[in-house]
Each structure stands twice: as C-alpha cells, then as structure tokens.
Design a protein around this ligand. Structure first.
Ligand code: T5A
Ligand code: NA
Length: 233
C-alpha cells in the first residue's frame, strides 16, 4: 500500500466559497483525517500572506492600502504563481560539467511525489471576487492560464445572508453582505459540472463526512493515473 502510493500522484483539492462558508474549518479537519489515514498531505491557502506579495494583499484586505482593482487582481494571481515555482526550491544539477539551475514546481513536484494538497481558495476566488467588482471575466481569467488545474473543486454553498449571520465579519474589505451577494453570483457563473457542491449550512461533522467522500474518490482517480492538467481546462 505504502509503496503503491509513493509511485502514484497526490490530488490537488481546492475548497471555494463565500467568506465564512467554513473552508478553513473543513480544510483543517480533512488534513487531520488524511494524515491519520497515512496519506502524505499538506494544507495550503491563498492568499499566502507570508510572502512579499502576500503582505501587500494583506494590507489591502485590511484597508491599510488602496490599489486599483486590476492591480490587486494581478497580485492575487502573482501570489499563486510564486507558489507554483519557489525560488528557494531551485535545484542545481551538474550536467556535462555545467551547473544548471532549474526551477522546481512546488505544487507539481509535491503532487507528483504523492502528496495531496488541500488548498483553501484558488484561482476561482481570484476570478469571482474581481468579476464581482465589474471587471471583465475574460480579463480576470487570463493571468491564471497555465497554473495547475485542480483535480477537484469543492464549493461550500451558503447564502450570503446566512454567512453574514455567522458573525465575525471583521474589518476586511470584502466582508460586506452586498458585495458577497455579487461574489455568490460570480461563483455561479464559474461553476461547472465537475464541481462538487456541499451544503455549507449542515453541521460541521456532516460536511466533513461528505467532503471526505468526494476527496477520497478524487484521490483514487489520481492514484490510478488521472493526468495533471492546466487552467483553464
Ligand atoms: N480573495 C482571495 C480574492 O479576492 N482573490 C483571490 O485570489 C483570493 C485567493 C481573504 C479574502 O481574499 C479574497 C477572498 C477573501 O475575501 P481568506 O483569508 O481566505 O480570504 O478569508 P476567508 O476565506 O474569508 O476566511 P474566513 O475565515 O472568513 O472563512 P472560512 O475559512 O470560509 O470559514 P471558517 O472555517 O473560518 O468559519 C467561519 C465561522 O463559521 C463557523 C466557524 O466556527 C467560524 O466561526 N462555522 C460554522 N458554523 C456553523 N456551521 C458550520 N458548518 C460551520 N462551519 C464553520
Ligand atoms: Na478562511
């Protein structure tokens, strides 16, 4: 079993939804479950606020800086690209007396080496939030072209009103009911038949159960050799 899983690839699982839909709670639970089951798994999130670009995004979201809608859109996208290939992961190869530095795709390498990635928000958030501001959807999708396409997108479905009731809407820029309604509309425009939609108003435990089912199915397909693909499929 171990030997088999090390020779097959991991799955790229993306969780999407409105603010407060429960992505962070569910990705934590899923991570713990898969790890306990002996899978190699990592939990990622976008934006990754730890990078230089991520700090600019974080300051924008906290209303501590202002940016043109197109500019912040591209920063969110850059934040995904910089995690695809990481500079600290450049490896040196000694080939025919020449040292070559080649970039290693962080995401791709991890998937190919058998690690499953649970990703809290991805390119769909990028498009949904900017499209909700009125930007052209084709323009919004363009900078994501060539990023790895997820093997599974799980949409945690909650109405903007119910999400707002969960409280804890803080001071972040997008945490406003009227805007979240537009984001919900954007997600509808992006959704396709490959997405798994889970009712995010169920109990945390029921969602967790449904999530495990679709994730394990997807991991099986990847295990059997489902090829990696790129956005937008
Ligand atoms: N954004 C992001 C872009 O505009 N472009 C991009 O490209 C990207 C990647 C920051 C913002 O950036 C935007 C989208 C966001 O507005 P973030 O830091 O991920 O994104 O922030 P949020 O996604 O908004 O994170 P939240 O913390 O608001 O929501 P979560 O993670 O969905 O929800 P979670 O798990 O923290 O739960 C929220 C609350 O609900 C409760 C929890 O206990 C918690 O109190 N809860 C439940 N209550 C009842 N029933 C359940 N089933 C529950 N599940 C959770
Ligand atoms: Na979150």
């Amino acid at each position: 079993e171990n030997k088999e899983s090390s020779s097959s690839r991991g799955a790229l699982i993306v969780l999407e939804g409105l603010d407060r839909c429960g992505k962070t709670s569910q990705s934590g639970r899923l991570y713990k479950y898969l790890e306990e089951q002996g899978h190699s798994v990592e939990s990622w999130r976008f934006p990754d606020r730890n990078t230089g670009v991520g700090q600019m995004i974080s300051s924008y979201l906290a209303n501590q800086s202002q940016l043109d809608d197109h500019a912040i859109h591209l920063l969110f996208s850059a934040n995904r690209w910089e995690k695809r290939v990481s500079l600290v992961h450049w490896i040196d190869l000694f080939v025919s007396e020449l040292y070559l530095s080649i970039p290693v795709s962080l995401m791709e390498e991890k998937l190919k080496s058998g690690t499953t990635l649970i990703v809290d928000r991805y390119s769909y958030s990028g498009v949904a939030f900017s499209y909700a501001k009125g930007l052209d959807i084709g323009w919004c999708k363009a900078p994501e072209i060539g990023l790895l396409a997820p093997d599974l997108v799980v949409y945690l479905d909650i109405s903007p009103e119910k999400a707002a009731e969960r409280g804890g809407y803080g001071d972040e820029r997008y945490e406003q009911l009227e805007f979240q309604k537009k984001v919900a509309g954007s997600y509808l425009a992006l959704r396709d038949s490959s997405w798994k939609v889970i009712d995010a108003t169920l109990s945390i435990e029921d969602i967790e159960k449904k999530l495990r089912e679709v994730v394990l199915d997807c991991m099986k397909a990847c295990h059997k050799g489902k090829p990696l693909s790129q956005l937008w499929p």
